[in-house]
Ligand binder design. Structure first.
Ligand code: SAM
Ligand code: SF4
Length: 479
């Protein structure tokens, strides 16, 4: 423990910080983010907090006065990545005195050890310590002290929104509705590095989304490790689908998405929400992890292949145009050829639009890391290639089915491929590129799909009067 650095999060307030804020010139922060949407969103929150201090973002680490490496340890070889990133920036510390910090899962897991191993590292920011970032930074700037904060916050302060003060140039925004997880799947590090499940109050979430919509955001993606569990432990009685209903009423907001749902907790009420709520996009990400009941049991997932398929049937019945995506792991300890075949069978039956597939990798401290019957690396790799090959064909076929149809697209910006093209997403979350100009950004436009590719679609803007063929539920075309 590093003395006072370990004091409880709630003992520090922003008022204190602001009253002692030194008058300083504007500085620059460079943030390097690894991992999932949750981490991307955390980086955005850190940036907003730092902006209200005296930092602006730079995309060039050489210009930065502060470099933050926001890490993820869910699947990758995270320590390796962190040390190599730190090695890359050592010369900047020596030459410019750049302050260097590590945030995210690895910071949470390694804590003080990181400071001990890397003498030029200034700051370790655990997953619950983000709101303290300005205070920690101030400490370093004033006293040169190295800091580490990895306590878990019992009061939920770490979940508080950091709102943009001026209109944002982004069409979409993430909104955290809950953090942590109580499921303890045997392969997963999340409950250890993000803590136990904690929901934010519906009022706070509502106010945040309302504020974002006022600032120009058209689409929100509600984030949580298990959004179906939303509401647990709150004083108010509210389910996730009730939260969606409230958000659906927010003026100016055009679309709502969420991730991730746990198949075990997927409620009938939520399934019905897809056919009821106009702004809720017809897409659900429902990780199945394996198609083998033996493996699902060892993973501690709480459902079987059959019950998963039943839920998928109910979702498809309630909303026939729904796009389904999922996560799957191959090579979990004990996975035999016949288990892998069950996984392939499940994915062939469901016909996912897309799949995020991973080779199992043991995570330190999880139960599965102790399992003995490990699958050889080359078998894992082979299974992954087979699975990805099959999914590639399914995805292309699904994309080709859209050729000739008209899709509602939310325009996000200029395409990376051409200055003449704009890019956006369908309600089913597929990328569409089409000819257009910047005046379309933030608008919902009907686009006829002319060509399907494995990872995107090509289209052309069509008239709103064209007979709607598929996902044109909003019909609020405003271009
Ligand atoms: N909460 C979500 C759920 O239960 O479906 C998943 C969240 S997890 C952060 C994202 C994905 O990473 C998981 O769905 C799983 O496929 C993958 N993953 C997690 N731990 C893994 C491990 N040890 N090895 C390989 N993949 C892993
Ligand atoms: Fe990890 Fe399972 Fe929780 Fe998802 S539900 S975050 S896989 S422990």
């Amino acid at each position: 423990m590093r003395g006072t650095q370990k004091k409880a999060l709630d003992s520090i307030t922003f008022a204190k910080l602001n009253s002692h804020k030194p008058v300083v010139m504007e500085k620059h922060v460079y943030i390097e983010t690894y991992g999932c949407q949750m981490n991307e969103h955390d980086s955005e929150r850190m940036l907003r907090l730092l902006e209200s201090y005296h930092y602006q973002e730079t995309k060039d680490p050489k210009q930065a006065d502060l470099i933050l490496i926001n890490t993820c340890s869910v699947r990758e070889k995270p320590e390796h990545k962190v040390y190599s990133a730190l090695g890359r920036y050592k010369w900047l510390k020596e030459k410019r005195g750049t302050i260097i910090g590590v945030a995210g899962c690895v910071a949470q897991q390694e804590g003080d050890k990181l400071l001990d191993r890397v003498p030029y590292l200034d700051m370790v920011i655990g997953t619950h310590a983000i709101p303290m970032l300005p205070q920690l930074l101030q400490k370093i700037e004033v006293s040169g002290e190295r800091v580490c904060e990895t306590s878990f916050d019992q009061n939920g302060k770490y979940l508080e929104a950091v709102l943009p003060e001026k209109p944002v140039d982004k069409v979409k925004s993430y909104v955290t509705i809950m953090q942590g997880c109580d499921h303890f799947c045997s392969f997963c590090i999340v409950p250890y590095v993000r803590g136990r499940e904690k929901s934010r109050s519906s009022r706070e979430i509502f106010e945040e989304v309302k504020h974002l919509a006022k600032m120009g955001v058209k689409e929100v993606c509600l984030l949580g490790q298990n959004v179906n569990g939303y509401g647990k432990g709150l004083e108010e009685e509210i389910s996730f689908s009730e939260l969606l209903e409230r958000i659906n009423e927010i003026e100016g907001l055009q679309r709502i998405r969420f991730t991730t749902s746990h198949p075990k907790d997927l409620s009938g009420e939520l399934i019905q929400a897809f056919s009821k709520l106009k702004k809720l996009c017809e897409h659900i990400h429902l990780p199945f992890q394996s198609g083998s009941d033996k493996i699902l049991k060892a993973m501690h997932r709480g459902y079987t292949k059959e019950s998963y398929l039943e839920k998928i049937d109910r979702v498809k019945k309630a909303c026939p145009s729904i796009a389904l995506t999922a996560d799957v792991i191959v090579g979990f300890p004990g996975e035999e050829e016949k288990d892998f075949e069950e996984t392939l069978d499940l994915m062939r039956k469901v016909q996912f639009e897309d799949l995020f597939s991973f080779k199992y990798s043991p995570r330190k401290g999880t139960r599965a890391a102790q399992f003995q019957d490990k699958v050889e690396e080359k078998v894992k790799q082979n299974r992954l290639s087979i699975l990805q090959g099959i999914q590639k064909e399914i995805t292309l076929q699904k994309n080709q089915e859209l050729e000739g149809r008209v899709e509602e697209v939310l325009v996000e910006g200029q395409s990376k491929q051409s200055d003449q093209d704009m890019t956006g997403r369908t309600r089913s979350n597929k990328i569409v590129n089409f000819e257009g100009d910047l005046s379309l950004v933030g608008k919902l436009v009907p686009v006829r799909i002319t060509k399907a590719y494995p990872h995107s679609l090509r289209g052309e803007i069509t008239s709103a009067q064209d007979p709607p063929i598929c996902n044109l539920r909003s019909a609020i075309y405003n271009f």
